[in-house]
Design a protein around this ligand. Structure first.
Ligand code: MN
Length: 710
């Protein structure tokens, strides 16, 4: 059994002494934290993190990854917190461990196979630092190696998860060594009998094959040597799972597959790869259409190599892969090959998260450059970028389905993604079972539940934070419809008020008369006409006169104005609003200004801003409040008071006692003795305001109090 000192020996090859010391420290920390815990096999728990770190050391991963590997189960399985780890080993290591723990908490196994690909993406999205994935894969690999002690059903479940989720991720990242081992172990765990039978079958033909392999290998090597090409020929073993898949999916017989002999030739330069290809095509006859140039056009995960198929002596099929040493490293360790330690790259000062991320991006950039050299489609680039740095977040619905949303998406986007009706009636969200605002940004791995209410409506403010086109258009659509309905109803009220002057109501007017008018004014429908009146685009009085007919209207015209007032019910919605210059509140004498496109803006009767147009019945109408108007209205009070310590505090207390809600207080010094206090407060109506003002007047140092107007 290997110890920390065995690992340290390995690390001497590529890490600095102080880094090795850090890794050692992490080991002892983990040993202590897991003290008393044992693995199912009976071994001390710390043997597991040690083995995980060793897997990563074999890929020459950096010190932080190794430390995170040592500590990867500490947050999950011991009382040690992330904060404690950050203190001991720095933020980056703590973040890595935290990331691994979060991945561990997600149970991939009970989900439908169809979702496997989403899970893979989700895992990648959750790991902000790609090293989290590398640690997690190494963790999984060691667990797979030690599956033996588990119950068969549990074994099968873990093996399946490995094949569905983890080996594809390893493949995506080009980690072929890990991928192959995960697949072999996964196959064994899933189908122990089939695995065993296949293994024995391979074993039994091995003796016969050995001689053939040696002959071909020698022939290939001689061929290179004669042409003075530097290269090493290696025989390739067949992996049992790929053998099994070929038999199952391509319906080939065992001997058909086993009769193919695989070789790999490793060389120094790209140029030599092509020359070797030429040389061996000279030696054996190539199979037409089977040559593949993955050097010019790399695979999406960065894999590069030349592949060709040949017919050897006695018609034996031969497959050859030719690549450089770098390509070999890339093929085996993929993205991890780029963490290979280089002392000059140590950027500790910059904070390692940024630096490691930068290196991961560098990897992608490297791929892009390869692609540019190959001069091929953009699709490849998008594929790689999307795979490694997904622009999506993946969250769970309450039923456990995965929902894919763009990054930056909020609970509202989620609600609309579920269903438009859910979006239109959402009021709050539970994210990971905690109540959260609708504007909260979602993160991968969260579970999201939307709370709806039948009386809820979309809010214009949502437009400022939603991220999906679907939510945006649904909200806009709803608001537009709503505004239309409100405009139509206000238009009808305005028209009826104008018709009052002729003792008529819109509904009692002859339909023929209305149709004539619509034609004259070029409206499609009554609704369109009423909407335009409501929006202030057409004058109600003019329409009324046209409807009644000119003769009749002349007789009544004079008595039209201001006999009755239009009632404000408070439910007009967006087509009525309150002027911000004079802040009218219920009970104030008010006038409605019909402003084109905006409906009615309600001003105080004596507001300076409407003084010139107040008597123009085409632009202003007298209005009145009904008792049903509720809610907070803003007023500004101006208080003149003598200086006194704690005055603002007692003022605020008084207002609060009187149920006024303070929105803003500003003060200005008038002179040494007097100060002016401006208070913006929410009030329900005039009676309420009077009560608040009376209270303020009880303060001895208050000289004057007035409602401020602009
Ligand atoms: Mn573990």
């Amino acid at each position: 059994m290997s110890t920390i000192e065995d690992l340290v020996d390995r690390l001497r090859g590529y890490l600095k002494p102080e880094e090795i010391q850090q890794v050692r420290r992490a080991y002892y920390f983990a040993e202590q934290a897991h003290d008393g815990q044992r693995r199912r096999s009976g071994e001390h728990y710390v043997t597991h993190p040690l083995a995980v770190a060793t897997i990563l050391a074999n890929m020459h991963m950096d010190a932080e990854s190794l430390m995170a590997a040592m500590l990867h189960d500490v947050i999950e399985d011991t009382p040690v917190s992330k904060e404690a780890l950050a203190k001991q080993f720095g933020e980056t290591v703590a973040d890595l461990v935290d990331g691994v723990s979060k991945l561990t908490q997600i149970h991939f196994e009970d989900k439908a196979l169809a979702q496997a690909e989403n899970f893979q993406k989700m895992a990648l999205a959750m790991a902000k630092d790609i090293r989290v994935i590398l640690v997690k894969l190494a963790d999984r690999l060691h667990n797979m190696r030690t599956l033996g002690a588990l119950r068969p059903d549990k074994k099968r479940r873990i093996a399946r998860e490995t094949l569905d989720i983890y080996s594809p991720i390893a493949s995506r990242l080009g980690l072929n060594t890990i991928r192959t081992e995960l697949e072999e172990l996964g196959f064994e765990g899933m189908h122990p009998m089939r695995h065993e039978r296949l293994k024995r079958a391979v074993q039994s033909v091995k003796g016969n094959r050995r001689q053939v392999i040696r002959e071909i290998q020698t022939a290939l090597q001689d061929c290179l040597d004669t042409d003075e090409l530097h290269g090493k020929v290696i025989g390739r073993e067949k992996h049992l799972l790929s053998l099994y898949r070929k038999m199952k999916e391509r319906r080939k017989s065992f001997s058909e597959i086993m009769d193919v002999y695989g070789f790999r030739i490793i060389t120094d330069k790209v140029d030599t790869c092509y020359r070797i290809l030429g040389a061996i095509h000279n030696l054996y006859k190539p199979v037409p259409g089977r040559f593949k140039d993955y050097i010019a056009i790399p695979k999406a995960n960065g894999y590069q190599s030349l592949h060709t198929s040949l017919i050897g002596m006695n018609g034996i099929p031969i497959e050859v892969q030719i690549r450089t040493r770098e390509m070999e490293a890339m093929a085996n360790n993929g993205i991890a090959a780029h963490w290979v330690y280089k002392s000059e790259q140590k950027e500790a000062a910059q904070g390692m998260t940024g630096a490691s991320h930068a290196r991961a991006r560098q990897w992608v950039k490297g791929l892009l450059e390869m692609q540019q050299r190959a001069g091929n489609s953009l699709e490849f680039i998008e594929h790689v970028k999307m795979d490694l740095f997904p622009d999506e977040v993946y969250v769970f619905t309450p039923k456990g389905d995965i929902m894919e949303l763009p990054s930056g998406a909020t609970a509202v986007d989620f609600a609309y993604a579920v269903h438009t009706d859910v979006g239109n009636s959402c009021v709050a969200a539970r994210i990971n079972r905690r109540l959260s605002p609708l504007s909260a940004h979602l993160e991968s791995g969260q579970s999201v539940e939307i709370i709806t209410s039948p009386s809820a409506r979309p809010n214009l403010a949502w437009m400022s934070f939603v991220a999906t086109a679907k939510a945006r258009s649904a909200i806009r659509h709803y608001l537009k419809n709503q505004q239309r309905e409100e405009s139509v109803s206000l238009g009808k009220r305005l028209l009826n008020k104008a018709l009052d002057a002729f003792n008529k109501q819109f509904d009692s007017i002859d339909k023929h008369q209305i149709r004539e008018l619509l034609k004259e004014f070029q409206y499609e429908s009554e609704h369109d006409l009423l909407e335009d009146i409501g929006l202030g685009n057409r004058m109600a009085f003019g329409v009324a006169r046209a409807l009644i007919g000119h003769e009749e209207s002349a007789a009544h015209a004079e008595q039209s104005a201001s006999t009755s007032k239009l009632a404000i019910s408070g439910t007009e919605g967006m087509v009525t609003s309150y002027a911000r210059c004079c802040h009218p509140i219920p009970g104030d004498p008010v006038v409605g200004h019909i402003s084109s496109g905006r409906g009615i803006v309600i001003h105080m009767e004596n507001c300076r801003n409407i003084a010139n147009i107040r008597d123009d019945s085409n632009r202003c109408i007298p209005m009145d409040w009904t008792d049903s108007v509720t809610g907070d209205f803003t007023v500004v009070l101006r208080v003149e008071a003598e200086h006194e310590k704690g005055f603002i505090a007692s003022l605020a207390a008084l207002i609060t006692e009187a149920d006024g809600s303070i929105e803003k207080i500003t003060t200005e010094e008038k002179d040494a003795r007097i100060s002016l206090v401006n208070i913006e407060l929410g009030i329900t109506n005039r009676v309420h305001l009077a009560k608040v003002m009376r209270r303020i007047k009880t303060l001895n140092n208050v000289n004057r109090i007035v409602r401020a107007r602009r």
